[in-house]
Design a protein around this ligand. Structure first.
Ligand SMILES: [Zn+2]
Length: 250
């Protein structure tokens, strides 16, 4: 799981991808997830995802992923995508994405727009839903608000592209945002639910949620290989256990 990547760091990102490949990992086409669930998958496999819908992610798909023939998932907060001016975007980044000290990039745009997401979808990437306004779901006061954030109405064109695969990712990766209610709404409306909690995914299990490893561009070689090989998974044991319990209830 990646987020915004500054243009100056594109080379670092590319080097990270090369390193992951060199360590023997295959980048799996995320559209094959459903298929993989049904059969046992062997070897070292990863799926690449980007959260938050920054324009930098679109450029990465065009400039770097294409070269490596990697398909990824782009999780989009709907309201951010619909923003047309810089001021609103900056407000959203600070107050919704909670990014402190955000610095403008050299790029001409901050957020991906509808056209960009349609283009990604046409190029066989997956576009997934990352809530409407990227609020902390544990703070949604009413059931209606919670439903609206996870599965509320969006414009028809966008609805069409997210309906191809029905992938959803929870914002912030905090375990408290994943309640029985929010999990239930996500499960009813999506095929796969992606979380910000580290862990290995055993695809032969019957669940529909996916653990993810957060990556930043500053991680060095040792850190990346440690994460990929699960050295930090232990710290998330209780969080994962809570999720399995929640899931068994719904
Ligand atoms: Zn996010």
């Amino acid at each position: 799981m990646y987020h915004d990547i500054k243009k100056k760091d594109f080379q670092k990102f590319s080097d990270q991808i090369k390193l992951i490949k060199k360590d023997g990992w295959s980048f799996v086409d995320p559209k094959k997830l459903e298929h993989l669930r049904k059969k046992k998958i062997r070897g070292k496999n990863v799926i690449l995802t980007f959260d938050d819908g920054f324009y930098s992610n679109y450029l990465i798909a065009k400039k770097i992923l294409k070269k490596h023939n990697i398909k990824a998932i782009f999780f989009i907060p709907y309201n951010f995508m619909m923003m047309k001016n810089k001021k609103n975007c900056l407000y959203f980044i600070k107050n919704r994405l909670k990014i402190k000290n955000y610095k403008l990039d050299q790029l001409k745009k901050i957020n991906m727009n509808l056209h960009d997401t349609i283009d990604l979808s046409k190029k066989n990437h997956v576009v997934g839903f990352h809530t409407k306004s990227h609020v902390e779901l544990s703070k949604c006061k009413t059931d209606k608000k919670l439903y609206d954030e996870i599965a509320g109405p969006v414009n028809n064109k966008f609805k069409k592209i997210i309906s191809f695969n029905k992938y959803f990712s929870f914002p912030f990766g905090k375990i408290n945002d994943v309640s029985e209610k929010s999990f239930n709404i996500a499960k009813t409306n999506y095929k796969f639910i992606f979380l910000g909690i580290r862990g290995e995914n055993k695809m032969n299990l019957k669940n529909s949620f996916i653990f993810r490893d957060n990556f930043t561009i500053d991680y060095d070689k040792k850190m990346i290989l440690s994460i990929l090989n699960g050295y930090f998974d232990f710290f998330y044991f209780f969080k994962r256990r809570k999720l399995f319990k929640l899931y068994s209830k719904i």
